[in-house]
Design a protein around this ligand. Sequence first.
Ligand code: UT7
Length: 322
Amino acid sequence: MSGKIVGTGSCVPDKIVSNDDLAKIVDTSDAWIRERTGVARRHVSENETVVSMACIAGQRALKDAQMKAEELDLILVGTSSSSTIFPSAACEMQHRIGAVHAACMDVSAACTGFLAVYQMGQAYIRSGMAQKILLIGADTLSRLVDWTDRGTCILFGDGAGAVVLTAGGAETACEVMHSDGQKGSALTCDSRYRDGARDLSQDPSTYIRMDGKAVFQFALSRVPEVIRETLERAGCTTEDIDYYVLHQANIRIIDGVTRRLHEKAEKFPSNIEEYGNTCAASVPILLDELNRAGKLKKGQKLILSGFGAGLSWGAALLEWQK
Ligand code: UT7
């Protein structure tokens, strides 16, 4: 038996940085950013952290699910930008929200982070190892961005999204995940560990470095491919799908995937204009917005898909049963 989503939540920082704000610090323009990425503004953390936003998103999802934190038996957090290496963001969350019976761990899969924890959550439910799971995607990439690099700083924003997964999901539920470590150099961010006597605190390698074109091409080929693979394994076709909830990396990637699947644009909701690319948070934030707007109806089929550093990519087919 698979898991079903019974609650969603999200949280973004209060501070909004517009494209015009960025044009004051790097050589760019509102027109260029909108046209090349679809981003108009992003929310950037000041006092908010991965854990503080994950707690709020998680509590909103629990409220939506009408569940108490004490009932959870597992918390998985997909993040690459928590302020601590250990304890995990999941353990810190457990303490703050009072999820005393939950096992807790973080999963590092960059922008594929939410898909990774979602798939792990499904595997825990299918194996019988857990029944009530809180899944989080949360990132503060603004802390890892080089604010002098116009090729990256325009893309990213901060946020957290959450989903409560419980046993009782549809039999069609199906997940697929892939990775290609050989192409990892396309998108990197080194850790700020001391390297012998070398001070790495200002080293460029400890900020996000990206071959934008390579990542763009990777996404355009791999995302339609993994969606088709998921549909095939689930015995479904694109006609069965009501919404594709894709990682919000660039509106041109979403449009390109739409065309490659020969699908209708209205099946691809997007909020990249408001938040930019929030890494592991983008899929659950968008899912929460669709849920709260009443757009998801019982029995509809959704595809979730994430992709990013690693390189890694994945998709999941689920039936909305809430
Ligand atoms: O979650 C996964 C994470 N990453 C991604 O999904 C990123 C995928 N890639 C992208 O979204 C795009 O590659 C970018 C938005 C990063 C860049 O767009 P592009 O259309 O691939 O631009 P480009 O890198 O080919 O640059 C074209 C031109 C260059 O100028 P020249 O050499 O033609 O004179 C760049 O220097 O645009 C210039 N440029 C900019 N101009 C104004 C690059 N960034 C900017 C900027 N403002 N912010």
